[in-house]
Design a protein around this ligand. Sequence first.
Ligand SMILES: [Zn+2]
Length: 681
Amino acid sequence: MKNIWKCAGILLCLASAVKISYAQNKSLVNTTKSPFAQLSSVDMGNVTWTNGFWADRFKVCRDTMIPNLWRVYTDPKISHAYRNFEIAAGLDTGSHEGPPFHDGDFYKLFEAVASMYASTRDAKLDELMDKTITVIAKAQRADGYIHTPTIIEERKHTGKEKAFNDRLNFETYNLGHLMTAACVHYRATGKTTLLKVAIKATDYLYKFYKTASPELARNAICPSHYMGVIEMFRTTRDPKYLELAKSLINIRGLMENGTDDNQDRIPFRQQTQAMGHAVRANYLFAGAADVYAETGDTTLMHTLNLMWNDVVNRKMYITGGCGSLYDGVSPDGTSYNPNDVQKVHQAYGRDYQLPNFTAHNETCANIGNVLWNWRMLQITGKAQYADVMELALYNSVLSGISLSGRNFLYTNPLNYSDDLPFSQRWSKDRVGYIRLSNCCPPNVVRTIAEVSDYAYSVSDKGLWFNLYGGNTLSARLKDGTPIKLTQTTNYPWDGKITIRLDEVPGDKAFSIFLRIPGWCKGAGIKMAGQPVPQLDTSPGAYSQLNAVWRKGMVIELNLPMPVTMMEANPLVEETRNQVAVKRGPVVYCLESADLAKGQKLFNIALSAQNELKPEMMMIDNSNIMSLTGKADVRNEANWKNQLYKEVSTPKRNAVDVRLIPYFAWGNRGHVGMETWLPLDR
Ligand SMILES: [Zn+2]
């Protein structure tokens, strides 16, 4: 009898151990156990930037972006985000202030801190997070619901706010970011304090969707919660979270009178093209990709493939930016019935509708493009997704924050001129706080804190190099064997990359997959100083090197990156007879700050035979690769009150010009800027 009890006791212990045992893998997006993802990432903190581009950005992120944004979010005179939690927790008095998605933005900043802690192990950050979690946990209702605008009103018994009463309340958006932040915090610290809050919140959401009417259930604007719920499943392995994520996709198909503004006019599986609000579209696509990674539901992948081809081949800017229109209508031009046509905010345009001065391209939509393509890359192992991810990162994501790390852009136009005789919403100078919609700043800061998590992946076959940059890697292959290496490079300013293997499993072969970017012709790879015979280095694919590797072996990858003049499909009417300049993954622009006095941006044209040369420069203490050379000048006639005039012949090679990376525009005061310049053939 005693033995039976002992046995049962062990079983009970085991049962409770199983119950509280969460996934041990510490990767940012944890696809380690996802049955339909080919790749998974290394643990947070495995990659340390050493020098070069991302080391510089990471340093600014650590020393300025995060401390500065934390100051902003905890100073109620600037932002009420943290104060709202304190009031909801009963620690302070007052009312909720700020947009309804303020909680979610605070969670994104919290995620940035947790990611930074994973890299730096700075005890002060850990302490800061512990203190903050106490307040967040206190603000949560006993049933798991947490949304400060509602909870503050409930404390006051005003009856003004009820849970999920208004779709514009962004509750699920906020909850989604809580879930993601909690998973990142758990993986970074091993602590379950915020995870427990997120479990209660996810359980609440699970119960809510079990009983809510479709009308109530559709109150899920801006779907960051798909990614959040799946990450909660990956952390806890609780099957009801997977069930919740699946039903969240299905419930979109049950809507009556849905809108493209909320991505629910058409059931997801019936969508044939990307339309409507671009942030919400890209978050939905990223979330659906997460659900696919767990379920292998091919009806989801079918739509994701249609969306990807539509966005990348017809609707994305050369910078990786998404959502060309401030306000669009949808479906555009397919119906005479005005009742069928809806106004859509910050929307994907029609195919090839890509204006430059009036491009919207919210920083969050461009980050959504990264989140979506990262998941597609993990699912498929196809380099085309890494290409888009890298393009967006270097151009339309980084453009959302100043080089100093203190100021932000909400929209990311490709051209800017003070001559445009109307003003558009949102400042075209970066600002410290975007008053009505500060969603982008914490989003871009967490993304920069987390770039190291995108650099490598592992699979059954070996180690994958997705993004290049000077770093050391100390990780484990999929089978658990340790690997250490040092990557030395000045990428993206230079295409030479040297990889030294510092620790390898010496007794067995595995593959190293080097990404050859889609833009790179003539890539070369050497192992131990010798070219590798019959190695496929085609652009837009991973080059596979298989060997029994030895400690100290060196791989040299050379990605030639000449200055390239780019043109758009002629159906993009806004860029007919214009060129954009690219070098490697970086898109360039011309700023009025680099023109001689009296010279106007509009008059500068580039010849297709242009020989622009790379030249390092400093802007606001950041090393930047500029391109210098000659440009042609057109008639400098005054266009005031004139719509048309005779064509003028350009003066050839008339002026010196300097182009700078697009992401670095607007860091030298208020300027005019052009990404697309007229071409003189
Ligand atoms: Zn935003």
